[in-house]
Design a protein. Sequence first.
Length: 285
Amino acid sequence: MNSSSGGKENEEVALETPILRWAGGKSWLVKHLGKFLPQTFNNYHEPFLGGGSIFFNLRPRNKAFLSDVNPDLMNAHSQIRENPDEILHVLEHFKNTKGDYYLVRETKFGSQTEKAAQFIFLNRTCFNGLYRVNRKGQFNVPYGFKSYQMLFDPDRFARLSQLLKQATLWCGDFEDSLDNVREGDLVFLDPPYTVSHIKNGFIKYNEKLFSWGDQERLVAFIEKIRHRGAYYILTNAKHESIRALFGREDQPITVFRSSVMGGHGATRGPIGEYVFTNVNRREVP
């Protein structure tokens, strides 16, 4: 994707589709990413991993440090890395039907591999790839009625497993990742959006996941990244409050994506998102 010492050389590399569907995922950003990358970087850090589309497509050659606050998500990635065949063996018994979906959703699995298979199956077949739990911590997203030509691709599991083998994985807050950041490293930040792109109000569910106070903590975290001589790339909602909060040092660049979220009142068409970075490659068409 780029000529960086931390990424691939200049070559045509097929885009990699993550196994997990993740609301707010950044697959759409992959085609723009080369415009923001430094010419060279050392290790790679992604403390809001989600579905991992940026990591899987960037394919950094050096060390990668990947984390997220969601323990089920990080267990799924860990098991894809360590036990891809075992996960596929469990998934063979799950069918993409409404009945199977709710049966799997209610089942209490014992091993970490089975729990990962359950998480991956529910993620692939639920509504819009959402992750939502009730007050008891139980996943409660409804069935998505989404058809697939192939629900799970064994070759993709094998490829992503190999890419993850070079990474250090853990579950934790984004601030925990600072200990590993060194001069010349690249940190990609994709926090849950606290404000919407087209409304002045807060996104109620995301406010529980990532509050405005967390956004303010992220500003301080970015300043520490800068102080260490590392690079950062931050994506966030195109909203004046976000521009005011994060734009004190680096002005935002607007990048457009297509709206992919459905449902009542959904907006179709191009949606602008902000990218902030201290990388001096700012020309985006």
